[in-house]
Write a protein that binds this ligand. Structure first.
Ligand SMILES: C[S@@+](CC[C@H](N)C(=O)[O-])C[C@H]1O[C@@H](n2cnc3c(N)ncnc32)[C@H](O)[C@@H]1O
Length: 191
């Protein structure tokens, strides 16, 4: 996919369903389930048009901060415009593996439906970059589709996290009708 120019169908779907109507994936209950205190410094990798960023920013208090990293200039600008009234968000446009990220800085990292879109051979570099910017005992949250036709298996997520030095706290692939084919995980940095 060309990150400079998203397909028109995706722009319309994102605007109408994900952002305005708010699809089931951007529900506050999901963010509540992460157990954030609100004061975290959080990095959201591949934040797109900011559908989840809006929910995260509402959960974080003014002492917390959200850094949205997005490779596409189109989606970065879209999110910047949409979320301009939030004082606790910054937007960084670029490829996480090529930008200077502060080491041991963030209390939490979010990967929400992004890693399966990254080329398979590049995934370990992405996860390693994210692990580097996480502080020791910081948490990485991941939610990805895991269907064979669209997504990545939980076994691959586990292997990538382990290779990046992150330990598993919790993983699950839902079997419920509504959430079938979606995997969630929480990993922590020990080093
Ligand atoms: C399917 S969208 C999900 C967006 C958002 N996380 C959400 O759940 O609404 C995946 C996003 O990841 C971005 N992305 C892919 N590879 C990236 C990279 N290496 N660095 C930063 N962003 C990336 C894409 O441009 C796209 O906006």
């Amino acid at each position: 996919m060309n990150p400079e120019r998203p397909p028109l169908a995706r722009i319309i779907e994102e605007e109408l369903i994900d952002y305005r109507i708010r699809s089931r994936f951007y529900h506050p209950e999901y963010v509540k389930s992460l157990g954030l205190s609100g004061t975290e410094r959080m990095l959201e990798f591949g934040s797109g048009g900011g559908c989840l960023s809006r929910v995260l920013a509402r959960t974080l208090s003014p002492e917390g901060a959200l850094s949205c990293v997005e490779i596409s200039p189109y989606w970065t600008e879209k999110a910047r415009q949409r979320l301009k009234n939030f004082t606790n968000i910054e937007f960084l446009q670029g490829d996480i593996t090529r930008m200077p990220v502060p080491k041991n800085h963030f209390d939490a990292v979010m990967i929400h439906f992004v890693l399966h879109d990254v080329e398979k051979s590049a995934r370990i570099d992405v996860v390693s970059a994210l692990a580097t910017c996480l502080r020791p005992e910081g948490a990485l949250f991941i939610r990805e589709p895991a269907k064979p036709e669209h997504g990545m298996p939980l076994s691959e997520i586990r292997a990538l996290m382990q290779d990046a030095g992150l330990r598993e706290m919790h993983t699950c692939c839902s079997k419920s009708r509504q959430w079938r084919g979606i995997c969630n995980g929480t990993f922590k940095k020990s080093w």
